[in-house]
Design a protein around this ligand. Sequence first.
Ligand SMILES: Cc1cc2nc3c(=O)[nH]c(=O)nc-3n(C[C@H](O)[C@H](O)[C@H](O)COP(=O)(O)OP(=O)(O)OC[C@H]3O[C@@H](n4cnc5c(N)ncnc54)[C@H](O)[C@@H]3O)c2cc1C
Length: 394
Amino acid sequence: MEFGDSPREAEFRREVRAFLQAEFVGKYPSESDGENADYQRGQRPEFRSWRQKLAERGWIAPAWPKEYGGAGLGVMEQFIMNEEFAEQRVPAVGGMGVMMVGPTLIVHGNEQQKTEHLSRILSGETRWCQGFSEPEAGSDLASLQTRAVRDGDDFIINGQKIWTSGAHRADWMFMLARTDPEAPKHKGITYFLVDMKSPGIQVRPLTDLANHNVFSEVFFEDVRVPAGNVVGELNRGWYIGTTTLDFERSSIGSAVGLRHQVDAIARDLGFHERATGGGSGERPSLRWELADRYVEAHVARLMSYRVVTMQAKGMIPNHEASMTKLYASELTQRIARTGVKLLGLYGQLRGATAPMRGRYGTRYLTSLSSTIAGGTSEIQRNIIAMRGLGLPRN
Ligand SMILES: Cc1cc2nc3c(=O)[nH]c(=O)nc-3n(C[C@H](O)[C@H](O)[C@H](O)COP(=O)(O)OP(=O)(O)OC[C@H]3O[C@@H](n4cnc5c(N)ncnc54)[C@H](O)[C@@H]3O)c2cc1C
């Protein structure tokens, strides 16, 4: 692994930094708190001109090929861009359309699907949600039971999805449904694009621990979906869904965000001690803990370097990606716990009038889902055990 930039990479890093200094720094509203706050911030009207500037360079979808409106950047360039954007706390603008379904359509979609959807994803005209998980199919996704039955030029879909992030705001869903219940479970699944305005779809918001409405249940009752909305071949949806999940898991950049959170705690610790008259000598254990978090955030960064180096060499990270996800998501929770300790009992308070605007209490609650979303810690450990350490399946 090469820690420094090659001359070409260093030049690209300078270009990204210069662009951010000229077009972003000091020009847009700063961070906000709350679940998905980063993505929601990027969608606000004040950021319209920023999205436009990114679009002109193809940087809304840096990984997409140029012919589809992306920038066609290589793995290392994308990584550098993510790192520099994270350093300046640039909000995400692409969402699941850019990160997941767009790249899947580029690989598996037909020309009509690409024409209909890709430019609308890039312009932000359509928002997407991911309809994979069901009440009885999460870690074991291939057990999904939502049925799609052919009827003339359409399929009729019946069933239920759950934990669908952003479903209440989405215009479209990419989803998996069972089209051949007789086939072995991985082989009877098809990948569909579904217009969320279709009659028969009901979205029921779910409230999470932090009282946010991030995800929903989605019910399908005799929902008609044109056969033209099948992506790839009938009954081959599992393999196309895997492509989508690979794109989800390859998203990089959280390690820088983790370090920012540790920096913020260190800053707030100073404010808090001045406000309460406490001195550093009174809370040595918190300081030690903070130092641990700082080191761990650096380790998370090195782990993501390992994954990206493999990708840049054309290798497919497998248990290495699971190690990184496991480590970063558990660290997210440790950082949140350290943050709450900073304020003692006040750390549990939330809302604008609480100390530090209640952000540590909120982060503590929202961090709990990080070891579930995108594959639980137990599943990551299974992958590390079997594919990394060569242990037998239990
Ligand atoms: C914030 C958030 C956002 C999400 N967004 C979406 C979304 O947009 N779209 C979507 O489709 N899904 C989404 N999900 C769902 C997510 O993918 C699932 O929650 C996750 O895959 C786990 O599935 P499950 O909840 O059904 O738990 P289960 O699979 O039922 O697991 C229950 C428990 O059993 C353990 N377990 C299961 N199998 C094994 C095993 N083989 N070995 C050891 N332990 C095991 C798990 O680790 C867990 O602790 C989201 C989840 C969260 C928390």
